[in-house]
Design a protein around this ligand. Structure first.
Ligand code: ATP
Ligand code: MG
Length: 364
């Protein structure tokens, strides 16, 4: 009997629905072909367009349905001209992060052979590491609440034992899973600035305590400045990097740059129970409705969802299918055929996604 998963779907704004529709279709095809798992998709209203219509950006009913779903798939939300009365952007994805305590921001950085990257890559070399950004505290703790007087401004760096323990346990589990899948060397690097800040020495101590529980995995430390250098000089050396909120914010954009752009950058925000999978890019209103949107970041985010669900529920066919999706996207990018204009091609969103579907049928 196929195991059924309920997936909350936020189609969102701008290009959101255009990239979500073919992604859901691919997931249905994979599930059907596999027979080992199955999905019930639950489309939920939220976002800037919904706010403009109803005055609500994330209705309570949507939040409740998302909370009880097995996973949340989100495309992109927000539109530049739709804002709350205080002028801030509509961003229900941030509300979800807070409401469900999604402490681990997972940003894979992958460049396969023939992939797009501004780096010179030797033949046969590929990049495949994961950056985990703590997403609930750190240097974002006082976000919008810092103390400012005429002469001085202060913000707080907050690192707590509870969140750090969860974060590092997550990082080591991910490294173990990647090693098991043959994707990583089983190494976790704690990225900090422990030479200058006591808070980061504290962060490092908690990391070391978690590392001691995983003698089968390698653990090391790196300062954030050196990490930025190495991400450019030798990114193929990394496996799993785990870091504080602000450092992760900055390094994940560097990671997207390494991959050759936003159209290929997936992400996940993961908590103890819930998880949101969404592309790193925004709703790209400048190209909405024109069939130009690149669906690959959304498709790669769906692959992350397959991996997460497959590992959590012991359905290995889902991990296999996640890898099949990545392989199909990599091959299409390497050929530069059936890719959208942002990757230098002429394909429409639908054509690019349909070619992935065709590749899945013929993959060996
Ligand atoms: P947000 O603030 O919501 O993160 P943003 O303002 O940073 O969004 P995006 O919406 O991500 O910006 O768009 C930035 C640029 O990248 C735009 O020119 C957009 O058209 C382009 N872009 C983003 N996503 C895609 C995509 N999937 N396919 C093609 N182009 C994209
Ligand atoms: Mg923006």
């Amino acid at each position: 009997m196929a195991k059924n998963f309920e997936i909350a779907v936020f189609e969102g704004d701008g290009i959101g629905p255009e990239i979500m529709e073919p992604t859901v279709a691919l997931l249905c095809d994979l599930a059907q072909a596999s027979g080992a798992y199955d999905f019930t998709f639950l489309k939920l209203p939220a976002g800037a367009a919904h706010y403009a219509k109803t005055g609500e950006s994330l209705p309570a009913a949507s939040l409740a349905s998302a909370q009880s779903a097995d996973a949340i798939l989100l495309s992109a939300m927000g539109l530049p001209h739709v804002r709350y009365p205080d002028g801030t952007e509509i961003s229900p994805q941030i509300d979800l992060r807070k409401a469900f305590n999604l402490f681990a921001g997972v940003r894979p950085v992958r460049v396969s052979e023939g992939g797009l990257t501004p780096l010179k890559m030797a033949a046969g070399r590929s990049i495949d590491f994961v950056l985990i950004r703590e997403s609930t505290e750190g240097l974002f703790y006082t976000q919008g609440k810092g103390e400012v007087t005429h002469d001085e401004a202060r913000e707080t760096l907050r690192i707590t034992r509870d969140v750090s323990e969860l974060l590092f346990a997550f990082a080591f589990n991910l490294a173990a899973e990647r090693k098991h899948q043959g994707r990583g060397s089983g190494r976790v690097t704690c990225v900090d600035k422990a030479n200058v800040f006591r808070a980061f020495a504290f962060f490092r101590e908690i990391f070391d305590a978690e590392a001691a529980k995983h003698p089968d995995l390698k653990a090391d430390h790196a300062y954030v400045d050196a990490t930025a250098l190495w991400m450019v000089q030798k990114p193929w050396d990394f496996d799993v990097l785990v870091t504080e909120n602000m450092f992760g914010d900055i390094l994940s954009d560097l990671g997207a740059g390494l991959m050759g752009g936003l159209g290929l950058a997936p992400s996940a925000d993961i908590g103890l129970k819930n998880a949101v999978f969404q592309p790193c890019h925004g709703s790209a209103p400048d190209i909405a409705g024109q069939g130009k949107a690149n669906p690959f970041a959304m498709i790669l985010s769906a692959a992350m969802m397959l991996d997460w669900l497959g590992t959590k529920h012991g359905v290995s066919a889902m991990n296999t299918d996640a890898q099949r999706l990545r392989t199909a996207v990599d091959a299409q990018v390497a050929r530069r055929a059936d890719v959208t204009p942002d990757l230098g091609g002429t394909a429409t969103t639908a054509q690019a996604a349909a070619a992935i579907g065709d590749a899945l049928l013929t993959q060996t």
